[in-house]
Design a protein around this ligand. Structure first.
Ligand code: NOJ
Ligand code: CA
Length: 682
């Protein structure tokens, strides 16, 4: 049989597989409308004939799968994994075999290449994967340039035909940029068609394989996979039996279906950690924003200019942030306000020339600066019932980090640190590797696995973007891997639409450590000459705790700023970070998002609504609440004259009584938001 089709459980999505002249291809439709036109599939090998042609179909097999599973931490306590599957076994005249496995979910389709164990395909090197996505028209897109080292860009919104990396503002605060082509973009790629279909192209379970970028033919609306090469230009080293990551295409006429989809997680292996009792959600504060705003420094001498120090002399000048006394101040603040953890950056030696020199031995991850007393801090934190979060900035020297990793984790165990924030700023060592290549993917996943051996949770910054591996290693609790709030402190920042796009892109792969909660919006507060600012209102910073799902959430601003706005800070103190249920009430990529979530093991709900640069009025029905129950709703909203640029700190707070029959009228300012705590009374 040279053609075979597969339908989603709802029957709304259809995938057709075809073999024509020995070449495999597929197409996808949604409610009988084409979504992906006939597109070729194939793998090319180094020094061997390709696995893209000369095939015949050996057999095809249809099956159905329907189960639910419980994530350790998540947006909902139970996730349903329901799909129909088509497995196509292909064989070449030479006898070499591959399988292509297609899955159709209600929110989209996924497929992967399987390389079964066989005589004539054992060790092999992938020189290219040519998976095509032929789109049906000139869709609107939210895109990032296909940079092999960074996703820390603001999104651009363009039609497919208008995409060109020349449009990217290169003066955007990103330290290391590796853009190889004007027409290469990243996945996840979020699109909207002229007839209002939402389409998302991404991948799941990137394990022992490079990240997939997308090469665009702008006039033909055609995308082709582009695998990130290693230092010598190869893509992946594999041994059969093995599999590629899943290539995913989500589609719906309702944007909420995409933003709430758990398809990427579902396509990953179940947890490989048996005892997960030590994996805990965390709300934290830290010695962090004060460095980003220039109040203190990571380096001991305090002569840092945000990047490297002016002087290499280790003479303290009083500007070092990570001192024992300052850490105790944050521990006190965390304890007083019910936070779980305190992060301290700049605690260890090496920040004098930490990145930019491609230097191999920068940090040893074990030697504190003389003014940071590990034992005293560990004892103090313990006495206050606060957990410490370790910081491992590798500055891209991964070879060095791997050599020190066990000692570094042992040190954490000795002083009782349950979580590490790792960082990968700068060019990678082994030299020539990109952040998104197979070697680095293996490092990021491997670091999470090694951390699991020590019962340590990981939050990686500047890693490749997650593709659902946190299902398999739930201690990989969060990652940054996108443009976070920090860019607002020292660069052109994140435009007001930024946070309305991330949930449709980056967050599909796993939680993001966005570090919301900045109240002192304008950096001129710290230095009157500074023009930088957070591109939201204060109320929107609160709403982000709900719209930007993560079981690890930072209250990123300085304790003294929270004390000045104690009434608004109450929301951050109250909001949950782990959930029984999540309802995506309104969603439009690039425009707005409204989410309500029920706290894990509690009757409390939290609602977050955000908008882009346009003000927005909306009415929300609270019919998700338990009927006949009374709640008090504390509403944190933009003030009458609030505006992200002109008047960002203008907010009001009011408390009303609500039931499942109530409707809430929300008025969001330009760049604004609303946050609501809904707490049962009876
Ligand atoms: C970039 C990270 O995203 C940020 O959170 C951190 O403070 C700096 N690198 C220094 O490690
Ligand atoms: Ca970063």
């Amino acid at each position: 049989m040279n053609a075979q089709s597969l339908q989603s459980p709802s029957k709304e999505i259809a995938l057709n597989f075809k073999l024509e002249n020995g070449k495999p291809s597929y197409s996808v439709s949604y409610k009988n409308k084409p979504v992906i036109l006939s597109s070729l599939l194939g793998i090319y090998l180094k020094d061997q004939a390709d696995l893209a042609s000369d095939f015949t179909v050996e057999n095809t097999k249809l099956s159905t799968f329907n189960e639910s599973w419980k994530p350790v931490l998540g947006e909902q306590s139970s996730i349903s994994n329901h799909y129909n599957e088509l497995a196509v076994s292909l064989v070449q005249a030479s006898g070499r075999k591959i399988k292509i496995i297609f899955k159709a979910y209600d929110e989209g389709v996924a497929f992967r290449y399987e390389f079964p164990k066989q005589k004539d395909l054992n060790y092999f090197v992938i020189s290219d994967e040519k998976t095509e996505f032929n789109l049906t028209g000139n869709h609107n897109t939210f895109w990032l340039p296909g940079d092999y080292d960074s996703q820390e860009y603001p999104y651009l919104e363009n039609k497919l035909s208008e995409i060109n990396t020349d449009k990217v503002d290169k003066n955007n605060g990103i330290a290391l940029k590796s853009i190889g082509s004007n027409f290469r973009i990243q996945s996840p790629l979020m699109m909207k068609t002229a007839d209002k279909l939402y389409i998302n192209i991404f991948e799941a379970a990137v394990v022992n394989y490079p990240v997939m970028h997308l090469d665009l033919k702008p006039k033909e609306y055609k995308l082709t996979s582009n695998l990130v090469p290693n230092a010598i230009g190869d893509k992946a080293y594999l041994q059969a039996p093995c599999v590629s990551p899943w290539r995913t295409i989500m589609v719906s006429d309702d944007a909420r279906e995409i933003v709430s989809s758990k398809m990427i997680l579902n396509l990953n292996e179940p947890s490989k950690i048996d005892d997960t009792s030590w994996i805990k959600p965390m709300k934290y504060v830290g010695i962090w924003w004060e460095m980003h705003v220039g109040k203190s420094t990571w380096d001991y001498a305090g002569s840092q200019n945000a990047q490297n120090t002016q002087s290499q002399e280790l003479l303290p000048s009083g500007k070092h942030g990570a001192t024992t006394a300052n850490t105790k101040r944050y521990i006190d603040f965390a304890a007083k306000n019910g936070f779980d953890g305190v992060l301290v950056e700049g605690w260890n030696t090496g920040w004098e020339d930490w990145f930019g020199n491609w230097k191999e031995e920068v940090f040893d991850f074990t030697t504190p600066y003389p003014d940071f007393n590990l034992q005293e801090i560990a004892d103090y934190a313990k006495s206050k019932n606060v957990k410490m979060i370790m910081h491992h900035e590798t500055s891209g020297s991964v070879a060095n980090y791997e050599r020190h990793m066990d000692r570094a984790f042992n040190l954490m165990k000795k002083y009782g640190y349950p979580a590490v924030k790792s960082g990968y700023v700068g060019r990678i060592i082994p030299r020539g590797e990109f952040h998104d290549g197979q070697t680095m993917v293996n490092h990021f996943n491997g670091a999470a696995r090694r951390a699991a051996d020590y019962k340590i949770m990981v939050n990686s910054h500047e890693s490749s973007r997650p593709t659902g591996y946190s299902r398999t290693y739930p201690n990989y609790i969060a990652a940054e891997a996108a443009r976070g709030n920090e860019f607002n402190a020292w660069s052109t920042g994140n435009p007001p639409m930024h946070e309305t796009i991330l949930p449709f892109t980056r967050l599909l792969g796993g939680p993001m450590d966005y570090t919301p909660g900045i109240f002192e919006i304008k950096m001129s507060y710290y230095d009157k000459n500074k023009k930088e600012q957070v591109h939201t209102t204060l109320a929107k910073q609160l709403a982000l705790y709900v719209t930007m799902y993560s079981p690890l959430q930072m209250a990123a601003d300085l304790p003294e700023n929270y004390e000045r706005y104690a009434d608004a800070f109450q929301f951050i103190k109250d909001v949950a970070v782990d959930w029984d249920d999540s309802k995506y009430l309104e969603a439009e990529p690039g425009d707005y998002l409204t989410v309500a979530r029920k706290a894990k093991g509690s009757e409390k709900w939290f609602l977050g609504a955000i908008t882009d640069e346009n003000p927005r009025n909306t009415e929300i029905t609270l019919d998700f609440l338990t009927p006949n129950k009374k709640y008090k709703a504390i509403i944190y909203q933009d003030g009458k004259t609030a505006h992200w640029e002109k008047n960002p700190i203008n907010y009001t707070i009011k408390t009303i009584e609500v039931t499942s029959k109530s409707k809430l009228k929300l008025a969001l300012a330009a760049g604004g938001g609303t946050a609501v705590s809904i707490i049962p009374i009876n």
